[in-house]
Write a protein that binds this ligand. Structure first.
Ligand code: HEC
Length: 161
């Protein structure tokens, strides 16, 4: 009887250790894909885009911690941009700082580690910008500006023509 009891304790300990290891593994690998964004036909900001920001970016770009002055907890604040300028350019994912950072290959992607985006998430953000980066009511950002503005773009080489 004592033997059986002992045996059970050992089994419990092994199971426990296994669960802890699996837990650590998940924590390190960690890319919990944002739910509900596979096979999206028509992109709706609140259903498909904001959840990506909430899942991947909120820790550093909302609440008390707002890195670079860029707040990603709503469409209007995202469109306001960072302390340095616009985070994206509607219809142009290639020129959008956000996409450049998320896909950069010459350094760690942004953000890295546990919060790194899945390919699906990056693709969806790109497509959303390509279709105009529309907000919850379908509005294209900056579209009611009445003056033309010159946007200096850090990512573009200077042109001399
Ligand atoms: C672990 C913290 C962290 C997370 C998570 C994070 N960021 Fe950042 N982000 C920073 C820091 C720090 C900076 C400023 C320094 C830099 O550019 O790396 C920054 C800067 C930026 C900038 C550049 C702003 C500018 O004008 O220079 C963009 C765009 C940006 N983040 C987008 C995102 C997006 C989109 C996500 C989620 C997909 C995200 N970040 C997640 C920490 C984070």
């Amino acid at each position: 009887m004592f033997g059986t009891y002992h045996h059970k304790r050992v089994l419990t300990a092994i199971t426990g250790a296994f669960l802890v290891l699996v837990g650590i593994g998940c924590e390190l690998l960690g890319d919990d894909p944002t739910p509900g964004i596979g096979d999206v036909e028509e992109i709706a900001y609140q259903d498909h885009i904001q959840p990506i920001f909430d899942n991947r970016c909120a820790a550093c770009h909302s609440g008390d911690r707002v890195e670079a002055g860029l707040r990603l907890d709503s469409w209007p604040s995202l469109i306001v941009g960072s302390d340095f300028g616009e985070a994206l350019i509607p219809y142009s994912p290639e020129q959008s700082l956000m996409i450049k950072l998320l896909t950069r290959t010459n350094a760690d992607p942004h953000p890295s580690g546990k919060r790194e985006l899945t390919l699906d998430e990056v693709q969806l953000l790109k497509r959303w910008i390509e279709e105009g980066a529309r907000g919850p009511e379908g509005k294209v950002p900056y579209s009611d500006s009445i003056e033309l503005i010159y946007v200096a773009n850090e990512g573009e080489p200077a042109r001399t023509t």
